[in-house]
Design a protein around this ligand. Structure first.
Ligand code: MRU
Length: 343
């Protein structure tokens, strides 16, 4: 399994996902500015992965400032990383955890500040990997034998500390011999499905069939999809799910065709402070992601463009939400609160 992001000797090393699948190249970030740029430009992407990257970014940011790492400078590092992408709540969750650890270390004299922050960031990373493995195994129980699954975007090892959320479920189900094939939506405009999911599943030898996004309904209507499994960037208190643009369309098609629609996400993706999906901030990205492909212009110069990077799937379309603590079913206001509280 690929290593998405890691830390060694003051350097955050990450697989540069902009260059996949053509090249397996690593990026070395020596301070928080470089990590922030890598998140913003999607060298690393996926909700849990950007949380881990931001936590490690804080570690190298503090290191790079040395004696100048005052509390105000620490806050500025956190603020810069928090301003990179607005939708995935894991980013803010990880930064909040680092802020708490910083406060704790300072309250104890601050002599172990750098070590404490590194310890916390590595714990966030290790816990995410363990959560993915666990939710994968739990979620596999939802997958029927001989399943033809459909996934959207990339919610795999590349989007997490490893193993993946939706692709964790796929991996565990495949290990149990249940997966006949996975349809990977190409995921316009940034093509995470075509570039990343197809590559990642093929690395694992899981039978993968790439489709353009507009083919999903046709396959479902013909009875060729047994279940949909996707990840999430933020799940509101009522179970509304923000995920990659196009997820909502897949969910509506799934309901119309009687196909179960599963979401796999760690508890760090739950945002119980946000009542409904309508309150989730949706990132708008550069128009060039829509007008261009591989540096080549596809659309006429001057055309108006919208590029919302995420959409919200209302909870009524979600059959179940799998996390590392169990499987939530409707009504989500109750089931998510119970899982978040660990009861
Ligand atoms: O814009 P991206 O590539 O960061 O969007 C990623 C997704 O939407 C994933 O499905 C989500 O983060 C879950 S990743 C385990």
């Amino acid at each position: 399994m690929v290593e998405t992001v890691g830390y060694e000797d003051g350097v955050v090393r990450m697989l540069d996902q902009r260059r996949l699948p053509a090249e397996t190249a690593y990026l070395s970030c020596r301070d928080h500015h470089q990590v922030a740029e890598a998140i913003r430009d999607m060298a690393i992407r996926g909700a849990p992965a950007i949380g881990v990257a931001a936590a490690l970014g804080i570690v190298v940011g503090v290191r790079s400032l040395g004696a100048d790492a005052t509390p105000a400078a620490f806050d500025a590092i956190c603020d810069e990383l928090a301003a990179t992408r607005p939708t995935a709540v894991n980013l803010f969750w990880a930064i909040a955890r680092m802020r708490e650890r910083h406060a704790r270390e300072r309250a104890q004299g601050g002599t172990r500040l750098a070590e404490g922050l590194l310890e916390e960031a590595l714990a966030i990373q290790a816990e995410d990997l363990a959560a993915c493995r666990r939710m994968g195994d739990l979620g596999a129980a939802l997958i029927p034998d001989g399943a033809r699954l459909l996934t959207h975007c990339n919610a795999g090892a590349l989007a997490t500390a490893g193993y993946g959320t939706a692709l964790g479920v796929v991996r565990s189900a495949a290990r149990e011999g249940k997966v006949r094939l996975v349809y990977a939506d190409e995921t316009r405009p940034y093509l995470q499905g075509a570039r990343l999911t197809a590559w990642e599943l093929m690395q694992d030898g899981i039978p993968t069939t790439l489709i353009a996004d507009n083919m999903a309904g046709h396959l479902m209507a013909r009875g060729e999809v047994d279940a949909v499994v996707v990840g999430a960037d933020r799940i509101a208190r009522n179970g509304d799910v923000a995920n990659k643009i196009g997820t909502y369309t897949v969910a509506v098609l799934a309901k119309e065709n009687g196909v179960p629609f599963y979401v796999a996400a760690p508890v760090s993706t739950f945002d119980l402070a946000t009542a409904t999906g309508a309150d989730i901030p949706i990132e708008e990205r550069a128009p060039q992601e829509v007008t261009h492909h591989g540096g080549r212009r596809l659309a006429p110069e001057g055309v108006g463009v919208r590029n919302p990077a995420f959409d919200v799937t209302p909870h009524r379309y979600v059959t179940a939400i799998v996390c590392e603590r169990g499987i939530a079913r409707p009504p989500y206001t109750e089931s998510l609160a119970r899982l978040a509280a660990g009861v």
